[in-house]
Design a protein around this ligand. Sequence first.
Ligand code: YYY
Ligand code: MG
Length: 137
Amino acid sequence: MQQTLAIVKPDGVARNLIGEVVARIERNQLAIKAMKMIHMSRAQAEGFYAVHKERPFFKDLTDFMCSGPAVVMILQGENAIARWREMMGATNPADAADGTIRRDFATDIEKNVVHGSDAPETAAFETGYFFSGLERN
Ligand code: YYY
Ligand code: MG
């Protein structure tokens, strides 16, 4: 069994898409092991996306991520990382496959509604960033 971090980003929360995202997760038989709403500080958003700190989009991205509440979740299942990435779709909604969350709801490459870990190492870092051991088992 694999765990991955999912986020409904501030645009998704503001646009009342929490239920839609959660419904898709449940339909796809990924177990929600932990879930909470948070409003990230700038420092927390910068720490979460530290891997991108040299990128030109870092400032806008971290501004966006601390602009309002977000819902963070730990999803669990066989191949959870890849399955959740597949449900999300490509980073740029213009490239995302039909039926994916980003294709159906994202407005641009930054405001793309959801986040998902991209590998086992990042999933371990990202789930541990928001949840304690007690919250996730
Ligand atoms: O993992 P994923 O969210 O699909 O994309 P990343 O390449 O990790 O980038 C993180 C985040 O940064 C992306 O969801 C939107 C934003 N971003 C951007 O605003 N502009 C880009 N050219 C690339 C990424
Ligand atoms: Mg990423």
